[in-house]
Design a protein around this ligand. Sequence first.
Ligand code: FES
Length: 64
Amino acid sequence: MIICSCNVISDYDIRRTVDELRQKNPRLTITTDLIFKSLGRQMKCGTCILGITKVIEEQAAQLS
Ligand code: FES
């Protein structure tokens, strides 16, 4: 499912990025800015912030 329509970022992209970042540094605080940066994208309208945050939290909960 597309979470960020401006950048065509899906929930899968976010989950995969969270996993990769956590593998590199388990203590890292993962933010929406970090997700955009890791995917080589920039936030545009910001409508997706809550959706991205929700996916980050869901994925982080699965890993803990
Ligand atoms: S929907 Fe993500 S920046 Fe616009």
